[in-house]
Write a protein of this length. Structure first.
Lengths: 404, 111
């Protein structure tokens, strides 16, 4: 709704658009309290927001400049109401969402700022909720949002989705990156209480689906990104057992995985396999597909996964990817080879503070029959654990290598 | 560039809701076209009711003109000359409704 209203009021009147939405929600609550929730609450809210916008445009048309490209048509009763109705129909709103998402991802803004904007404007998160997602204080998040919004307002115009293909594709990369980070934050962010915040993943999936609905943004890479989200999200129900304990991939009950989401992910991955460029999202989705398709850890095609990690390293060298490759290699070639690969990681120093590096070392030591070394590594990992679920998981592991 | 005013007269606003809807749509399209070409500078439709204040400052209900001459709206248009302005006015949907357009140049007052 904020997106549609911003399209109408102009991006420099973002605050006004937010006020109208806030107003509509308050009015809805007041009315619904007495009359009950209407059959179609979102249509009711839309209609209320539209009327409120109409009022405002009439009252302030001499005092303010609204969307510059619509300005004249909004200024006259000849076209005002019909134009507003047009802008409030569903497919236009989807276009507005897309446009808003692209506008939020200004390359000049830091990635966290882009994501904060997306969370608030497109996903309706409050500053406190967004702060909770990103481990910062509400005040800090409010400041970050404030700065990001001033930058957005200062740009005066929303991103032009009818503009040059080159510009759109350049910006699309920034958008994809922001969605990727958003998903990641939901999947294994550093949150102290919850290891998984499913709603962040769900929002990333919803917004990635939006990219696929428009022919200009439904690129093979965007398909791969959406496939990646689906295939990872499908495994979310298995990551925790009935006691809310974190389960490793090996221990997970694969029956809990969401088959429908896996199928959707695989179909998307199929559709991403066009064009001439292989993106990192393609490779990551392919790895996720291997896991999702395997009946157990033992029957997983580990050599194939190692190959895919090699491709990924070529596209985007990173110690974390090397770590994952080493784990896969250890699974296929045995713990000693795995340990060798872990020790050979370039820039190992950057993994020193990462609990799962130490946990991986410990796993392989344990398998290689050296529980006392495994214990040391698990203890180190435990010191670095970022949330209670990770702590309990590592404590269980530590206990497993202590002799009876 | 010069400014002109279009006065719309004698627009027949009767008809079924469906017809009115179509009429509105045609107006919308025409105005969007004028706007994208940079001609439209403002204006409003006018209600059919109103009062006339006469010379003695007494107030008489209703527009004075004959129904067919009532001004139903106005627009300010920017274009090259009166020829272009009258050409532009020909696209107005009012002609399909028995109305007509009066095209008047805005007078430039010199000090």
């Amino acid at each position: 709704m904020v997106s549609a209203l911003t399209r109408i009021f102009g991006v420099h009147n973002l605050a006004l658009a937010e006020d109208v939405v806030q107003d509509s929600l308050c009015r809805a609550l007041a009315v619904w309290k007495f009359n009950g929730v209407p059959e179609n609450p979102s249509a009711w809210l839309m209609a209320t927001a539209k009327n409120r916008a109409l009022d405002l445009l009439r009252k302030e048309r001499t005092a303010r400049v609204f969307a510059p490209d619509l300005g004249r048509l909004l200024s006259t009763e000849w076209t005002l109401a019909p134009l507003l109705s047009e802008l409030f129909v569903e497919h236009e709103i989807k276009d507005d969402l897309l446009r808003m998402m692209f506008s939020c991802c200004q390359p000049e803004l830091a990635e966290e700022a882009q994501i904060a904007l997306i969370l608030q404007i497109l996903c309706g998160f409050s500053a406190a909720e967004a702060a909770n997602s990103f481990l910062c204080s509400t005040a800090a998040m409010e400041k970050r949002l404030q700065r990001a919004k001033s930058a957005l307002s200062a740009s005066r115009e929303l991103f032009d989705m009818q503009g040059g293909a080159e510009e759109i594709h350049a910006r699309l990369e920034v958008v994809e990156r922001a969605l990727y980070l958003l998903f990641n934050e939901g999947y294994h962010g550093a949150h102290p209480e919850l290891a998984v915040r499913q709603e962040l993943c769900a929002e990333a999936i919803r917004l990635s689906a939006l990219l696929l609905e428009s022919p200009i943004t439904a690129t093979p890479r965007a398909h791969a990104l959406a496939a990646l989200f689906c295939l990872h999200a499908a495994r979310l129900p298995g990551r925790f057992d009935a006691n809310s304990e974190l389960r490793s991939l090996e221990e997970q009950d694969r029956g809990l995985w969401d088959r429908a989401l896996i199928d959707q992910g695989l179909a998307l991955l199929d559709r991403s396999a066009t064009g001439s460029t292989l993106s990192e999202y393609h490779v990551e989705a392919a790895i996720a597909a291997e896991h999702a398709g395997a009946a157990s850890s033992a029957s997983t095609a580990w050599p194939r996964i190692v190959e895919l990690y090699d491709v990924l390293l070529h596209l985007r060298p990173s110690p974390v990817i090397e770590l994952n490759r080493a784990i896969a290699l250890g699974q296929s070639e045995g713990p000693i080879v795995g340990l060798g690969a872990l020790e050979a990681v370039t820039e190992r120093a950057r993994l020193e503070g990462y609990p799962f590096y130490h946990a991986a070392l410990a796993d392989f030591e344990l398998r290689a029959g050296r529980p006392e070394r495994a214990r040391e590594h698990y203890a180190r990992a435990l010191e670095l654990a970022r949330n209670p679920a990770e702590c309990r998981f590592l404590e269980r592991r530590l206990a497993a290598c202590t002799p009876e | 560039m010069s400014e002109f005013v279009f006065l719309f007269r004698g627009d027949d606003m009767s008809g079924s809701p469906d017809q009115l809807q179509k009429q509105m749509q045609r107006w919308g399209e025409w105005m969007k076209d004028l706007t994208t070409k940079g001609h439209f500078k403002g204006g409003q439709p006018l209600d059919r009711t109103g009062v006339v204040v006469d010379r003695k400052k007494s107030i008489i209900d209703g527009p004075y003109a004959e129904a067919k001459d009532v001004v139903g709206g106005f627009m300010v248009i920017e274009c090259k000359d009166i020829a272009e302005a009258s050409e532009l006015s020909k696209g107005c949907p009012i002609f399909q409704n028995g109305g007509f357009v009066e095209v008047r140049p805005v007078m430039k007052m010199s000090m």
